[in-house]
Design a protein. Sequence first.
Length: 145
Amino acid sequence: MPIQTFRYAACGGTNTLLDIFIFFYSYNYILHKQVLHIGLLAFKPYVAAFMMSFTISFPTGFLLNRYVVFPGSSLHGRVQLFRYFLLVLICILLNYIFIRLFVEAFHIYPTVGKIITTGIVVVFSYLAQKHFTFKNETGIRRNAE
């Protein structure tokens, strides 16, 4: 297994477990499986739990990917962050679509639906990060910025 793939699996796996734990804890113990009402908006508990877990996993994921998984990227940090943000927006959309599909259409328990959704999104995310977000455009390894 290439070292980059191993690092992605290790860092991504750790960040994913953290994300799933925060989702589970938020869904069951913070939200108590109840709809979250914020002013005129109401979020289903599993959507609100996803948003809660995302606020932690986004910055953690970026930092791990930038400094541990893809340290050889020649792109500047701000470009990486912007591209990572775009990728994350796509991943949020995929998470939203798949978790609703699994919970509402297939009647799968929300935590199990989240785990299946995560597996799908992780494969997409790795390929996009390797070939877009943290790619090495010049063939030169990035030095400290």
